[in-house]
Design a binder for this molecule. Structure first.
Ligand code: SF4
Length: 296
């Protein structure tokens, strides 16, 4: 049994999601075109970031995982290779691919994860922490860990994007190191859950849409009306409980004086008045409200 980085991240969000991805993937919803577009954008942004590491070599994945791991090992051993893109590593059944590895002095490496977001998100830390864990246990000396994300102040000048201005780099080395003990524990739990004959019992909740909308959402959640309070972006579990305690299940019935964030109140007003509102929200929020989302 192997756990990839993607599976690990699914398990961090919800152990049942991980289990279903591995053992019952047929229960998932059809891929969302918007989510696929975000993945495509992420790929384009990743290619742009590679321009900052001239001479870097992409690991060929056509021969499968084992070949990619072998090929990565050869590139690591070749001092003439300044950077490796999509390097593949495995340690005790956990498999990761690193966006960018830059060779530093004395056989050290800089790990760079590229994200097409405008800022650091909490789940990015686990994303790089699992890579760091596998790389280090594969014998690579990772001296620093960085996140490259989009510079929201960047303005296109001319016709081509300048990657030096387009990206901002954040050093996550210490934060990622601090996560390592918890990560080992998480990995153990994930392997244990995957060996079980049935999925774990996990109640639904805010984690079903955060940090991404779970592809098993409609499997686990009984269908709710489009104006259900659960669709209010980032509604905290305690606020949800409070509303349910008041007998409020529809966004239309949320009282004017109920405490919401500014953004939630705008969504609520748009639903209650039927008047559209144009705004900016983070990607990954749930769905079919009559509010228009622009990916941040
Ligand atoms: S819908 Fe929620 S409870 Fe069900 S697998 Fe996904 S995250 Fe877990």
């Amino acid at each position: 049994m192997r756990i990839s980085k993607t599976k690990f991240m699914a398990g961090v969000q919800c152990l049942k999601r991980l289990y279903l991805q591995v053992h019952q993937p047929e229960l998932s919803a059809e891929p969302d075109p918007a989510a696929e577009m975000i993945i495509e954008q992420g790929y384009e942004v990743g290619l742009l970031a590679r321009q900052l590491f001239p001479g870097g070599i992409e690991v060929n994945v056509l021969g499968g995982l084992e070949a990619a791991i072998r090929s990565t090992r050869e590139l690591v051993a070749n001092p003439a290779v300044p950077a490796i893109f999509e390097g593949a590593f495995e340690h005790q059944g956990t498999v990761v691919k690193a966006d960018i590895l830059q060779r530093r002095k004395e056989n050290c490496w800089r790990l760079v994860e590229v994200k097409s977001t405008a800022d650091l998100k909490e789940h990015h830390l686990e994303d790089v922490a699992i890579q760091s864990h596998v790389l280090s246990h594969s014998g690579l000396d990772v001296s620093s860990i960085w996140l490259a994300h989009i510079n929201r102040s960047y303005v296109l000048a001319g016709e081509t994007v300048d990657p030096r201005q387009f990206f901002l780099f954040r050093n996550l080395t210490h934060r990622v190191q601090n996560l390592q003990p918890a990560l080992v524990f998480q990995l153990r739990s994930q392997f244990r859950i995957l060996a079980m004959p049935t999925p774990p019992e996990v109640p639904t909740g805010p984690h079903c849409i955060n940090p991404v909308v779970c592809e098993f959402f409609y499997h686990c959640n009984t269908p709710k009306p489009n104006d259900h309070i659960g669709y209010l972006p980032r509604l905290h579990a305690s606020a949800m409980e409070q509303l349910e305690g008041m007998g409020v299940e529809s966004i239309h019935d949320i009282p004017d004086d109920f405490e919401l964030s500014e953004f939630q109140r705008r969504v609520c007003d748009a639903m209650q008045t039927g008047q559209s509102w144009f705004g900016v929200v983070n990607a990954g929020l749930i769905p079919p409200l009559k509010v228009y989302h622009v990916q941040e």
